[in-house]
Write a protein that binds this ligand. Structure first.
Ligand code: UDP
Length: 226
């Protein structure tokens, strides 16, 4: 996390657009089938391991990553940094009112956080240019895009040259969690690598997405260093 945050700070200092992708198992499996998503991930400036499955897969490949860096954790960590350093953050995505509620929760938790703006994540294609202009007018240093994978990554890449935010991060359902609409797994479950189980219990409709998990671990196992 500290490494990711210090890279993100260097992106802000450098200026120009940068894309951060938080890779979870289902996103990586999706990229196996979706070549556009795969190319987007390859071009990303920073890819973080998001989930116990990804940490396990990297271990199978002979790498040791110190910890998981999820979208939700990044929003929290960077909101704290915003309060300390003045970085402006923009929350784009989720259902009407959720980004506002997430912003309010962040203001309460990290007094002094600079919220540059918010926007819900439901729009038609012809509204996109207006959305990009509104984001640019707000001059964010960090743009969180919460439209789910792969929509958020495709939005970021499609408007990469137009968006004037030095750091853009797809953060999935993070605003739902931060606003309190969805509960985060308790600490002991996160530490035990069981956040996925908590999410299935809370949203059983997500079960099909988790079906990719065994396939992901199998793919990583086959590709391991012997
Ligand atoms: N969402 C959105 N616009 C859309 C589709 C989804 O803003 O057109 C939001 C949705 O309300 C939710 C988030 O995107 O807050 C998707 O969350 P999920 O946990 O499914 O993300 P993933 O795990 O795919 O990254």
């Amino acid at each position: 996390m500290e490494e990711a945050v210090s890279l993100i700070e260097s992106f802000i200092a450098e200026g120009g657009p940068h894309h951060v992708f938080t890779a979870d198992a289902s996103g990586i499996m999706r990229a196996h089938e979706d070549s556009e998503l795969r190319d987007i991930i390859r071009q990303a400036d920073l890819v973080t391991p998001d989930g116990a499955g990804v940490i396990l897969a990297t271990e199978l490949q002979g790498m040791r990553l110190p910890e998981r860096v999820s979208g939700c954790d990044l929003v929290e960590r960077l909101a704290r940094l915003s309060a300390e350093r003045g970085y402006r953050i923009y929350l784009f995505g989720a259902a009407e009112g959720v980004a506002d509620a997430a912003a309010a929760a962040l203001v309460e938790k990290y007094p002094g956080v600079h919220i540059a703006g918010t926007r819900n994540g439901f729009f038609s294609e012809d509204e996109e240019v207006k959305i990009v202009q509104a984001i640019n007018r707000a001059k964010p240093d960090i743009l969180f895009v919460a439209l789910g994978i792969p929509k958020q990554e495709k939005f970021i890449r499609k408007h990469f040259e137009l968006l004037r935010a030095p750091v853009m991060i797809g953060v999935g359902g993070s605003f739902d969690v931060i606003s309190g609409q969805l509960k985060r797994a308790p600490q002991w479950m996160r530490q035990a690598g069981l956040e996925w189980l908590f999410r299935i219990l809370q949203q059983p409709e997500r079960l099909p997405r988790f079906a990719a998990l065994p396939q992901f671990v199998w793919t990583a196992w086959r590709g391991r260093k012997k």
